[in-house]
Design a protein around this ligand. Structure first.
Ligand code: CP
Ligand code: NVA
Length: 334
């Protein structure tokens, strides 16, 4: 019996704030159930006759493929649309495109630059819109992260996540709110120049306090990670910020996650894992790192027993599936 929550039917997810704390926890549990169901060999029809438009303005490996397989697994259809494929924002306003796609599709997942565009799609399409990453937020990622923590540690209770790096990027913003909503302590280790935005921090701190945890910001990574159970990082230069590469590398070098930082948690022999939303610059095998080598995480940590990054990547699919089916599935037909 799947763990439905009727309030989620037809709902968009533009940022984590779109859901109550209970709805968020419920979605993580639904994803775990769908994962177990798939592992038992079931490919169902929870999304039968449902069609989802995938609008991507930025590159993607995990999000795009998770959407495609999540929908196909359950009998749904998807169409991948990039800016050059459609008139979106060029020959046609976002508002008009939203109204057209909303007449044709049952839902829209958007990955792009502007949070405002994502919100406009939801406002005018009349169908659920999911934020698959904007400059400001990456909410679908956080469901996979927290599912991975829950699976690995058995629960989210008494857990501290330390995010180390660019403390004001899309992943950090959503992770901070996701931890707050799920009662997980959040520590941000970043240089002052890359601190969380004051309003985003205040909003998440209020939610954290309601759930009996706190959010703290440190400039010294070794001090900040003390006692942490999860060390999390992301790229130092997000998509669209490529012109800032040299200054970011200079600023964030002291924030690389290496074995010394893992050790500084004091938890090497206890509850400790490494997470990264991926893609990661952990070795010299990419175009970006062939000259400079590893950036935000060393290969030693990335390949260590602490690293759960591929569980996390797989969980993108199960959690996106939970979002799709919770919003679109005709539960009366299940
Ligand atoms: N983590 C993540 O969103 O990966 P992609 O950019 O490959 O979708
Ligand atoms: N912060 C990164 C996340 C990639 C999944 C970016 O926006 O490029």
């Amino acid at each position: 019996m799947l763990n439905w929550m009727d309030s989620l039917r037809g709902r968009s997810m533009l940022r984590l704030k779109s859901f109550t704390d209970g709805e968020m926890m419920n979605l993580i549990d639904l994803a775990a159930q769908l994962k177990a169901r798939r592992a038992s060999g079931v490919r169902g029809d929870l999304l039968r006759r449902r069609n989802i438009a995938l609008i991507f303005e930025k590159s993607s490996t995990r999000t795009r493929n998770s959407c495609v397989v999540a929908a196909r697994d359950e009998g749904g259809g998807v169409e991948y649309l990039t800016r050059p494929d459609i008139h979106f924002g060029k020959k046609e306003s976002v508002k008009d495109t939203a109204r057209v796609l909303g007449r044709i599709y049952d839902g829209i997942l958007f990955r792009g630059f502007s949070q405002k565009v994502c919100e406009e799609l939801a406002e005018y399409s009349g169908v659920p819109v999911w934020n698959g990453l904007t400059d400001d937020y990456h909410p679908t990622q956080i469901f996979a992260d927290l599912l991975t923590v829950k699976e690995t540690f058995g629960s989210l209770e008494d857990c501290t996540v330390a995010y180390v790096g660019d403390g004001r990027n899309n992943v950090a913003n959503s992770l901070m709110m996701g931890c707050a909503k799920c009662g997980v302590r959040y520590v941000c280790c970043c240089p002052a120049e890359l601190s969380p935005d004051a309003a985003v921090l205040a909003e998440a701190s209020e939610v954290a306090a309601r759930n009996g945890v706190d959010i703290r910001v440190f400039n010294d990574p070794a001090e900040g990670v003390r006692g942490a159970n999860v060390l999390y990082t992301d790229v130092w230069v997000s998509m669209g910020e490529e012109s800032k590469t040299a200054e970011r590398i200079k600023l964030l070098r002291p924030y690389q996650i290496n074995m010394a930082l893992m050790e500084a948690t004091g938890n090497l022999g206890g509850r400790l894992m490494f997470l990264h939303c991926l893609p990661a610059f952990h070795d010299a095998n990419t175009e970006v790192t062939k000259e400079c080598g590893a950036l935000e995480v060393t290969d030693e940590v990335f390949e260590s027993k602490y690293s759960k990054v591929f569980d996390e990547a797989e969980n993108r699919m199960h959690t996106i599936k939970a979002l799709f089916v919770s919003a679109l599935c005709d539960r009366a037909a299940v």
